[in-house]
Write a protein that binds this ligand. Structure first.
Ligand code: ADP
Ligand code: ZN
Ligand code: ZN
Length: 671
C-alpha cells in the first residue's frame, strides 16, 4: 500500500481550490478525507478541509499541514458531497459550503472548548408540556399518510411528501410516528423547525415520545453543550435530531427521514454565504441518502405545492382539525368604513374593541398581532414635509417610546427625537404610523384593568424573557398578548378565543412579488392561534383592502383558491416557481461607481450568454437603496435552470466578490 503524502484541501474563502499540502509524518495516520485541518494560506493560517488524498504531487514545493483538529470535527463524505452541491447551486466555494456544515465551536481547538465548559445555558423548566410517550391511534387521514410514508422507508426509496394540513390537524403526530418507524428500521431522522418555533415546548413534545434518543440543536445552545450534542449524534447515540436550519447538516448515520416543519418559512434561508435554503438542502441530502422527506405546512410555499402539481412531490392532505374542532370564524373589518364612522381610535375598530372587552371580562385570552415594532413608524414636519430618516440608510426612523429614542430598524442607529424640524425649525413634528409599543400603550388606556404583555424583538432582548412571558400567558396571568410575527407561530393556548390583526396591509404593501403569499401565510398562521381549546375562537382582521384575494382566502381558510389565483399570476409574469431568480447586489460608498460596475457587469453577462437563456433585469436600486452608508443596486437574473445562471456567472465573475471597491453578492433563489 502506498502511503498518502499529500492532501487536497479547500478553505473557507471565496477561492475555489483545492490546494495541495503535504501531510507531516506524525499526522499521517490521522489525516483522511473529511479531516478539518489548519494550514497556512498566503501569510495567514486558516481552517481547511481535506477533500482528497494522493501519494504524489507534481508541484515543486508544497507547504505542510500545520495541525489537525480532533475527530469530532471530522466530516462525512456524504456531507462533503452535499456541500459540493451547495457550492455549485448557491454560488460559493466548496470550502465556504463545507464550513457552513460544521458548527463554529467544533472548529475551535479542544483546549479552548474545554475551558468554556461552564458556558452553556440551563434549559428552562418546561412545566407546560402536552406530550405523551405513546402513539395516538391515527385518524383515517393520518393512517393513509403514514402507510405511504412507512412503505417508502421500508423500500429505502427517496420520495418527498408535502403534508398539507391546517394547524391542529395532526401533522406533528404524523412526524412522530414516521420517526418511530424509521427508528425501528435502524434509520435516523432530522426534524427541522424554524428557529422561532424551536421553543422548549416543541423540543419537549419530541422528548416526551423518544427520551434520550433525541438531540436538540438550537442557537441558544452554547459551547460545550453543542459539542456534546454533536458528538452524541456523530457516535450514533442520538438518532433523532431536532433543530433549526443548520441541523440539516447533523452528522447522523443512516439517514431515513427528514421532516421540514412549516416548510414555507423564510427563516430556512441562510443570509450569509452560502445563501442556502435548508428546505431545499434537506431534499438534496435525503436524495443522496435514499431517505424520505416530509414537508409540512398549513400554507405550503408556491414552490412546493407546484411540485405536487407536476408530480415531483406527493401531496398528502389532512383537511380537518383533530376531533373536528372548527376553525375559528374570521371577520374582516374594513378600516375605511371605521374612518367614516368617526371612530376616534385609529388603532382598534369598534368591533375589535367590543370583542376584546367581552373576552377579557369572561376570563378568556386575547392575542393581538402587528407586524411592526416600536411606537410610531415615522416622524415628519407638518409645515415643510421633512421626514426624519436614518443618516446611513434610506429609511425613516421609528420612535421607541420606552427608550425615548428614534431607531433605525436596519442599522440600529439611535438618536433623540427632534423638538423642532431640522429643516425649517417649525415645532409641528407629527408622529405617524403605529407599532406594537403604541398598541400596548393604547390597550393600557382602553383596558386599564387587563394585564397586558408585549412580545417582539425589543421586549425579548434578554435571555429567558420569552419563555417567562409564554408561561405566564399559559397559566392565565396575562390577558392580552401583543406582538409581532414572533407570536404568530406554533403557540398552542386553549384559552385564547380572540385573535386580532391590527393591520393586514403592512405585509401586502411590501415591494415584493411574494407579498400576497406572505400575507396569506401570516393571516392563516395568526388565525390558527385562536380557538385551540373547547371555547371556540374568533379572528378579527383589520384592513384597508378587504377585497384582496389573500385576505379573502385567509378568511375562508381556503388554500386552494389562494393557490390557483397566485399561481396564475406567477405564470403570467414568469416568476418563481416558473423560473429561478438570482439576485446580484452591488454595494459601495460612491453611487456613480456602484452604478458603473453594475452596468458593466450587465454588459459582460449579456455578451457571454451565448445561449440567451438568461434574462437580465436592472440595474435597479435595492428596496433599501442606501444601507449603513452604502449605496445599493441590483441586477436580477432569471432562467428555468439555476445552472444556466450560475455557469454564466462563473464564466464572467469567477470567484470574485469585489470589483474596484464595489462589493458584489450573489443570492440564488432569494427572498
Ligand atoms: P399540527 O402539528 O398539525 O398542528 P398536532 O399533531 O399538534 O397538529 O395535533 C393537534 C392536537 O391533536 C394535539 O394535541 C395532538 O396531541 C392531537 N392529536 C393528533 N393526532 C391525534 C390522534 N390521532 N388522536 C387523538 N389526538 C390527536
Ligand atoms: Zn419642517
Ligand atoms: Zn440605518
Amino acid at each position: 500500500m502506498t502511503k498518502n503524502k499529500f492532501a487536497d484541501i479547500v478553505i473557507n474563502r471565496p477561492i475555489e481550490g483545492p490546494f495541495t499540502y503535504s501531510i507531516p509524518e506524525d499526522l499521517g495516520q490521522y489525516v483522511g478525507v473529511g479531516s478539518c485541518v489548519e494550514v497556512s494560506f498566503g501569510t495567514k493560517k486558516t481552517m481547511g478541509y481535506v477533500v482528497g488524498l494522493s501519494s504524489s504531487c507534481k508541484l515543486k514545493s508544497v507547504k505542510p499541514i500545520v495541525r489537525i483538529l480532533d475527530k469530532s470535527s471530522h466530516i462525512d463524505t456524504e456531507i462533503l458531497k452535499l456541500a459540493k452541491w451547495m457550492a455549485d447551486f448557491y454560488y460559493s466555494s466548496w470550502g465556504e459550503a463545507i464550513s457552513a456544515t460544521v458548527p463554529s465551536v467544533i472548529k475551535r481547538p479542544l483546549k479552548i472548548r474545554r475551558r468554556k465548559t461552564k458556558e452553556y445555558l440551563e434549559e428552562p423548566d418546561v412545566k407546560y408540556v402536552d406530550g405523551s410517550n405513546t402513539h395516538l391511534s391515527p385518524t383515517r387521514e393520518q393512517k393513509e399518510a403514514l402507510d405511504s410514508i412507512k412503505k417508502c422507508i421500508d423500500d429505502r426509496m427517496h420520495k418527498v411528501f408535502l403534508l398539507h394540513g391546517v394547524t391542529g390537524s395532526g401533522k406533528t403526530e404524523v412526524y412522530l410516528q414516521s420517526i418511530a418507524h424509521a427508528l425501528e428500521k435502524g434509520r435516523s431522522s432530522i426534524i427541522l423547525v424554524p428557529e422561532i418555533s424551536l421553543t422548549p415546548q416543541t423540543a419537549a413534545r419530541f422528548k416526551a415520545r423518544f427520551g434520550d434518543e433525541i438531540a436538540v440543536l438550537h442557537s441558544r445552545l452554547l459551547g460545550s453543550k453543542r459539542v456534546f450534542e454533536w458528538e452524541r449524534i456523530a457516535e450514533g447515540r442520538a438518532q433523532i435530531v431536532v433543530g433549526a436550519r443548520s441541523a440539516v447538516f447533523a452528522p447522523v448515520k443512516n439517514l431515513g427521514l427528514v421532516v421540514v416543519d412549516e416548510e414555507h418559512e423564510t427563516s430556512y434561508k441562510q443570509e450569509d454565504v452560502p445563501r442556502y435554503n435548508a428546505r431545499d438542502v434537506a431534499v438534496k441530502r435525503a436524495e443522496f441518502s435514499n431517505a424520505i422527506v416530509i414537508l409540512g405546512s398549513a400554507t405550503p410555499s408556491l414552490e412546493s405545492f407546484y411540485q405536487t402539481q407536476i408530480n415531483r412531490y406527493t401531496l398528502v392532505e389532512l383537511p380537518e382539525r383533530i376531533d373536528s374542532k372548527l376553525l375559528p370564524e374570521v371577520d374582516i373589518v374594513d378600516m375605511r368604513e371605521e374612518l367614516t364612522r368617526r371612530n376616534m381610535s385609529s388603532i382598534f375598530s369598534q368591533s375589535l374593541k367590543t370583542w376584546i372587552e367581552k373576552d377579557v371580562s369572561e376570563d378568556k385570552q386575547v392575542i393581538l398581532f402587528l407586524n411592526r415594532r416600536g411606537f410610531s413608524t415615522f416622524i415628519s414636519c407638518r409645515k415643510c414635509g421633512y421626514v426624519v430618516t436614518c443618516k446611513r440608510c434610506s429609511v425613516s426612523l421609528t420612535h421607541h417610546f420606552n427608550l425615548k429614542k428614534l431607531i433605525c430598524h436596519h442599522c440600529n442607529y439611535k438618536t433623540d427625537p427632534p423638538d423642532v424640524c431640522p429643516q425649517c425649525n417649525s415645532s409641528y413634528m407629527r408622529y405617524w404610523g403605529i407599532g406594537t409599543e403604541k398598541v400596548e400603550s393604547e390597550l393600557h388606556r382602553l383596558f386599564p384593568k387587563a394585564s397586558i404583555a408585549r412580545m417582539d424583538t425589543d421586549a425579548m432582548h434578554k435571555r429567558g424573557v420569552h419563555e417567562r412571558v409564554l408561561s405566564k400567558f399559559k397559566d392565565g396571568s396575562i390577558d392580552i398578548l401583543v406582538g409581532t410575527q414572533m407570536i404568530a407561530k406554533g403557540l398552542d393556548f386553549p384559552k385564547v378565543t380572540l385573535v386580532g390583526v391590527i393591520s393586514a396591509d403592512t405585509a401586502l404593501n411590501l415591494p415584493d412579488f411574494r407579498s400576497g403569499e406572505r400575507t396569506f401565510n401570516l393571516l392563516t398562521q395568526v388565525a390558527g392561534r385562536a380557538g385551540r381549546g373547547d371555547l371556540g375562537g374568533r379572528v378579527i382582521i383589520q384592513t384597508y383592502t378587504p377585497g384582496h384575494y389573500s385576505i379573502q382566502a385567509a378568511k375562508n381558510h381556503d388554500y386552494n383558491t389562494f393557490y390557483s389565483k397566485e399561481i396564475s399570476f406567477r405564470k403570467e409574469l414568469n416568476l418563481p416557481p416558473f423560473c429561478h431568480m438570482v439576485n446580484l447586489t452591488f454595494r459601495g460608498h460612491r453611487e456613480e461607481n456602484v452604478l458603473k460596475i453594475t452596468e458593466s457587469l450587465k454588459d459582460r453577462l449579456h455578451k457571454k450568454d451565448k445561449s440567451k437563456k438568461v434574462e437580465i433585469l436592472g440595474p435597479a436600486p435595492s428596496p433599501i437603496s442606501r444601507k449603513k452608508g452604502m449605496y445599493r443596486w441590483n441586477l436580477i437574473l432569471k432562467s428555468d435552470k439555476v445552472e444556466d445562471i450560475v455557469s454564466l456567472l462563473r464564466n464572467v465573475l469567477g470567484s470574485r466578490r469585489r470589483e474596484r471597491g464595489v462589493i458584489i453578492t450573489v443570492d440564488v433563489d432569494p427572498y
